[in-house]
Ligand binder design. Structure first.
Ligand code: COA
Length: 532
């Protein structure tokens, strides 16, 4: 059996320096998570509790099966924007009555649970995950709707959320709304579009317009209960299917509904026992280079990621800058593509295209471990057809129909991001390690390109070139690109499904592999024309 050997010197200075650097980045990540878990801050959390209500994450914890894995997605959405980090919403994959579901929960302590652009994107992404993987959607609703001063950015894209709920239903994926509080105006369509609706006595308030708006519009005097209370909706309008006496009862009813969904996974179960890797995952922290320019061997990562560290490498002697091969993770078969020296040459591109076809031939999900600076440039490589070969790889990735999982381990630059299944290429899930960077190219290279272009332009116009201004521009651009490449920046914009601790990668991929097998896993032979 081809068990990987991994001889990492845990006492070396490099290992220790790498480890210290990653631990520092993880500590910053944890500080941001603590902010998110504290919702809208002490004042709003206290007020919420005084009202006798559970916090969003407490509701989720009580909804899922005790002791089951819960994978939170994009917890740091909106980081680096003008809006609260976390986007006032929990999204994740959790197990309810043995069924993997996508769970969405408004955090009412954050600006009344209202939606900003990040909230809208986070919600739409959760529904995309529900659709692609055929997992039921459970909404825990308590939201003041759109963040009104920013309605211009929210109104149109936000409308898609109601479209997507009913599209899930039409695709045979059940949708459930448990309404814990306010669900006004546009928000009223969350229960309105859902297959199953639970409302809570004295708590749920679901109306197109509240009493003040009704008074303004028609002059009618009304109360919240008669307009949109649980009692009225369960007895009179029929919008509520189940009447809960309190929050715990609503969660119980939610579990009861999922139990009767008769949900069956369409993909196969794990192929074998999930033997743990033979090497300690703790060592991943010292393997990943703190200096992005220093390559590391992805086999050292795989030895700590795949079952029993058992990896059948494919074409090991050809295109060595990309490692490809077959393995299992938590018993699920996977094909792995992992960058080694960063640059992708023609050989690596052709090897990737062939390997992706093989995985499709055998209905094997693919895992992309990114650490790439992109495709090789230069006269020799252009003449040998790097564009054609890179395009073959991108063609294969784009048209492959087996599920893809992507992890950015360190770097994801240029078209390498596309060939290695970046966000635009629809991986079922994409996670980032806290050290990883993503951008069109490195900061120095990008600033340098701008400088050369400006110099050539000045020359062609016969203008003198201002060296001082150029140096200042380069420093400014380098600083900007560096900031925009960071994992926190990318996750804040929802370009991934979250930053993860490298040590959790195996567990996270295991949860994702189980989740994707709710849908059929089927490859294709219908690729685009491969340019030869
Ligand atoms: N847009 C922007 N900010 C909003 C908001 C909205 N739709 N709804 C609430 N907020 C803000 C409040 O101004 C308040 O900010 P502050 O603490 O800085 O003063 C904060 O969110 C909390 O709101 P508050 O009203 O104190 O919380 P609550 O828990 O008592 O009530 C709501 C929450 C959602 C029931 C209530 O704020 C409400 O009715 N909002 C308007 C809902 C609406 O009509 N939406 C239409 C959307 S299409």
């Amino acid at each position: 059996m081809p068990v990987l050997t991994s001889n990492v010197d845990v006492r070396s200075d490099t290992f220790q320096a790498n480890r210290a650097s990653l631990l520092e980045q993880l500590a910053e990540h944890d500080r941001q998570l603590a902010l998110v878990n504290n919702g809208g801050g002490d004042k709003y959390v206290e007020r919420h509790r005084k009202r006798g209500k559970l916090l969003a994450r407490e509701r989720v914890e009580l909804l899922v099966d005790e002791g089951s894995p819960l994978l939170e997605l994009s917890p740091l959405a909106a980081w680096g924007t003008d809006f609260p980090v976390g986007a006032g919403m929990f999204t994740g994959v959790g197990v309810i009555e043995g069924v993997e579901c996508v769970i969405v929960a408004n955090d009412p302590t954050v600006r009344g649970g209202t939606s900003t652009t990040s909230t809208v994107r986070k919600n739409l992404r959760a529904m995309e995950i529900s659709r692609a993987n055929r997992m039921p959607l459970v909404n825990l609703v308590e939201s003041g709707g759109a963040d009104l001063p920013h309605q211009a950015e929210i109104f149109i894209p936000g409308g898609q959320s109601f479209h997507d709920i009913t599209a899930l239903s039409a695709a045979g994926i059940p949708t459930i709304a448990l309404v814990f509080g306010n669900s006004t105006a546009g928000g009223a369509y969350v229960p309105g579009m859902s297959d199953y609706v639970v409302m809570i006595d004295g708590r749920s308030k679901v109306f197109l317009g509240g009493p003040p708006l009704v008074k303004m519009a028609t002059g009618e005097e009304s109360g919240e209960e008669s307009l949109g209370g649980a009692d009225m909706h369960s007895r009179v309008s029929g919008l509520a299917d189940y009447f809960a006496v309190d929050e715990a009862d609503a969660l119980r009813l939610g579990r009861q509904i999922v139990r009767r969904l008769n949900h069956r996974k369409l993909g196969p179960g794990p192929r074998g026992p999930a033997l743990p890797p033979r090497y300690d995952h703790e060592e991943l922290l010292g393997i990943v280079s703190a200096d992005l320019r220093q390559p590391f061997d992805p086999r050292d990562v795989l030895a700590r990621l795949v079952d029993d560290s058992d990896f059948d490498e494919f074409k090991p002697r050809f295109g060595p800058s990309l490692v490809t091969g077959f393995a299992e993770i938590h018993g699920y078969p996977v094909g792995v593509l992992a960058n080694h020296h960063g640059v992708l040459f023609s050989e690596e591109s052709n090897k990737a295209a062939q390997f992706i076809q093989l995985a499709n031939q055998t209905d094997t999900p693919l895992v992309f471990l990114q650490n790439t600076t992109g495709y090789m440039v230069g006269k020799e490589y252009e003449q040998r057809g790097i564009i054609k070969d890179g395009s073959k790889m991108i063609n294969a990735v784009s048209n492959s129909t087996v599920p893809h999982l992507t992890v950015n381990m360190a770097a994801s630059y240029g078209a390498g991001n596309y060939g290695m299944c970046g966000r635009g290429y629809g991986p079922r899930f994409l996670f980032t390690w806290p050290n990883a960077k993503t951008a069109v190219m490195g900061p120095q290279q990008l600033a340098g390109v701008l400088s050369i272009v400006a110099r050539a332009s000045a020359e062609s116009m016969g203008r003198p070139f201002d060296e001082e201004a150029d140096a200042a521009m380069r420093a400014m651009v380098e600083d900007q690109i560096e900031r925009e490449s960071l994992a926190l920046f990318m996750t804040g914009r929802l370009y991934d499904d979250g930053i993860i601790d490298p040590r959790d990668t195996r567990t996270v991929l295991g949860i994702c592999l189980s989740a994707i097998h709710n849908n059929v896993v089927q490859g294709t032979s219908g690729f685009g024309v491969f340019r030869m």
